[in-house]
Design a protein around this ligand. Structure first.
Ligand code: ADP
Length: 684
């Protein structure tokens, strides 16, 4: 028996391991099983080149628990180690310049572990003592027994071991007895070892017999040694891909839409399969994450720093020996390989989408609504992806036809370019609620897009920024003649007083509250447009829409909805109403207007008189005079307004016109709707 101290650097290593893996003890099992797998793979390689002769025998790796002795053992029949090798690989943890490195990266323990493969030592996280029993494949090798209690001292002696290979025996610390439970180990093997290339056995297969679960004689192999991502795409059917998907995510019942098989040799190694799930909204996407493997060993499903955020919406696996394991997140972000991998995946994903778009357009259109959130998210957050995706990202019109932006521009450019050369694309977020506006637009031969997706508004804003002379306007944001102006606006022939009369009368019958503000405007639109209709400014509304999904825009969210009630003076009904208002209010209004006119004249005179003086040059009397007349004018106007309001309150036609406009915009509800119905019946 020999005793010794584990290589110089290890004095530093035990505390480092303990600190690092504090929250992640479970990876010890991954490390031990993958060492066993490596040893087995090495043996196979040696055998294939003739260095190991004869039958290799059973090569399965076994994980066993002994609850009485409180041990967990990982056994393999791989290459094994001679005493000299245990000394070299385990005792020395020999690497040149290790001390220096440890000193330099004192605070970055993850990087140390990842770089120097301290995998075996992670077993000390959960053990009071670790033993190695090993018999090397080499001729005349003697079996060796090594044991260590988690301090730099170890013992090593010759032993008797019948079979080639290595048993690693962990005497589990009482704090970690969960690692002596079948369920825990079973779950960990399924998490980390599901796709390792050598069969891993844990216990016996179970079956149901007479209503009870009983053990069979058959080994329970926990892994699939030849997972789909390592096979050639040509050898795989759609069914294989689907089967593999469910193997990855046993709780997922929905089928993915399509997959991308990744296979890169240069300048880095990467294989994998990515699946496009149906993405209806942001909520249900984070459940099945992409799983990252390193040579078939599961590493993590936290891949936010490895691929751009929108790609994390995808499902599947990525396997690359070139992604550094166990390293800190900031390290990952700056790693060149990681960057290359990320841009490669982006490119592949875009290529695949482009290919389906080109070759299976109909299918692409069918799936569009399930993948559009993903594509739009990518376009909004990744410039490179935008460039590619803008060639296949689709827009849907209300007839459920699909177009790329370029195709759509081509389609509508002749009819929907306005007098200033701006191409105006019309859209709706709710075809039912905006039916009358859509109808008017269609009568003019215009097309209307459907924009009811979570990110649609952001995407059209992006398209406007990227394309000159292109604007998207919601079809109910104004009367269609104003949205797509073909000629200069016609001025209304009404006098200011007449316009005021209309405005006051209609305003008085609109109910304002904190959430909704109405304004009235008087415009000569066109004789065949509705006499009264509601519009909503595109900019304000869009800002409000976007604020719903975006931080830092809550200012817009708190603003009331603002609507404009347009009185179309070109329509004969408005002329009729105006005449009614005029004759019904003339007697009361005429003298008030005369008084108002002279007050206004006086106000103007006073202001003109003072206009060249600075504020501090004015006497108090002068200031008061202006304030006084301003107040009188305002009061007089209020008096006039009241006359119009009194008239309007009993004029059914005004009420009816307003309600029709609200109704057409889907804004007439509750009591107001029932009043409208009653009034309509009465009028008939
Ligand atoms: P890594 O596996 O990253 O090299 P480890 O500390 O886990 O680091 O292992 C150190 C070395 O010990 C391995 O490289 C290997 O040579 C040897 N080793 C560990 N486990 C076994 C095993 N089960 N069979 C044979 N050799 C092993």
């Amino acid at each position: 028996m020999s005793k010794g101290n584990i290589g110089v650097t290890s004095q530093n290593i035990f505390p480092v391991i303990k600190k690092f893996l504090y929250s992640d003890h479970e990876i010890f099992l991954r490390e031990l099983v993958s060492n066993a797998v490596d040893a087995t793979q090495k043996l196979k390689t040696l055998s294939s080149v003739g260095e190991v002769k004869g039958e290799l025998g059973d090569l399965k790796v076994r994980v066993t628990l002994d609850k009485k002795k409180k041990t967990l053992t990982v056994s393999d029949h791989g290459v094994g180690m001679t005493a000299e090798e245990v000394d070299r690989f385990i005792n020395q943890i020999a690497f040149s310049g290790a001390e220096e490195f440890l000193e330099k990266y004192k605070d970055k323990t993850e990087a140390i572990i990842g770089h120097f493969g301290l995998g075996f030592y992670s077993s000390f996280m959960v053990s009071d003592k670790v033993e190695i029993y090993s018999l090397s494949y080499k001729d005349d090798a003697k079996a060796v027994h090594w044991s260590c209690k988690g301090d730099p001292e170890y013992e090593m002696e010759e032993t008797i071991k019948a079979e080639r290979g290595t048993d690693i025996v962990l005497h589990i610390n009482s704090e970690f007895e969960t690692y002596l439970e079948d369920a825990t180990i079973s779950a960990l093997l399924s998490k980390y070892c599901k796709f390792l290339p050598v069969e891993i056995v844990f216990g016996k297969k179970k079956e149901w017999k007479d209503g009870k679960e009983v053990e069979t004689d058959e080994d329970n192999v926990v892994n699939d040694t030849n997972p789909a991502w390592l096979r050639k795409p040509a050898d795989l059917t759609d069914e294989d891909y689907s089967k593999f998907y469910h193997q990855l995510y046993p709780d997922q019942f929905e089928e993915p839409l399509f997959h991308i098989h990744l296979n890169v040799d240069y300048p880095f190694h990467l294989t994998g399969i990515l699946y496009f799930p149906k993405i209806k909204n942001n909520m249900d996407v984070r459940r099945n994450k992409i799983q990252l493997y390193c040579n078939q060993v599961f590493v993590t499903s936290e891949i936010e720093n490895i691929v751009p955020e929108y790609l994390t919406l995808l499902h599947g696996v990525i396997d690359s020996p070139d992604i550094p394991l166990n390293v800190s997140r900031s390290y990952l972000q700056s790693d060149m390989n990681v960057k290359k991998i990320s841009s490669h995946i982006t490119k592949k994903v875009a290529d695949k989408l482009q290919e389906i778009f080109k070759n299976e357009r109909e299918d692409f259109e069918k799936k569009w609504n399930d993948i559009k959130l993903f594509i739009q998210f990518g376009m909004l957050t990744d410039e490179k992806f935008y460039e590619r995706a803008s060639k296949f990202a689709l827009m849907e019109n209300i007839d459920h036809k699909y177009f790329t932006l370029d195709e759509y521009r081509e389609k509508v450019k002749d009819s929907q370019t306005d007098k200033d050369g701006e191409l105006i694309c019309l859209y709706t977020q709710d075809p039912d609620a905006t039916y009358s506006y859509i109808d008017r637009a269609r009568q003019k031969g215009y097309d209307v897009l459907l924009m009811n997706g979570e990110l649609d508004i952001h995407v059209i804003s992006q398209a406007e920024q990227k394309n000159e002379h292109l604007r998207f306007v919601r079809v109910d944001s104004d009367v269609i003649e104003n949205i797509i102006r073909k000629e200069d606006k016609e001025k209304t022939a009404l006098t200011d007083r007449e316009q005021d009369a209309l405005r006051y009368a209609f305003e008085s019958r609109l109910t304002q509250n904190d959430k909704t503000h109405y304004y009235v405007s008087v415009e000569s639109v066109s004789a065949d447009a509705l006499p009264v209709f509601l519009t909503q400014n595109e900019f304000m509304r869009r800002m409000k829409d976007m604020s719903a999904h975006q931080q830092g825009m809550s200012f817009y969210g708190t603003m009331p909805d603002q609507y404009n009630l347009v009185l179309n003076t070109a329509h004969p009904l408005i002329s009729t109403v105006l005449e009614e208002i005029k004759s019904g209010t003339h007697e009361a209004v005429a003298p008030l207007e005369e008084q108002l006119a002279s007050l206004e004249a006086e106000e103007k005179r006073l202001r003109d008189e003072q206009k060249d003086k600075k504020n501090d040059e004015l006497t108090d009397d002068e200031k008061n005079a202006v304030n006084d007349i301003t107040k009188q004018t305002a009061d007089k106007r209020a008096e006039i307004k009241k006359v119009y309001a009194d008239f309007a309150s009993s004029n059914d036609r005004i009420g009816q016109l307003i309600d029709v406009a609200l109704l057409a915009a889907g804004k007439l509800t509750g009591e107001a709707l029932s009043r409208f119905v009653n009034r309509t019946v009465k009028m008939m």
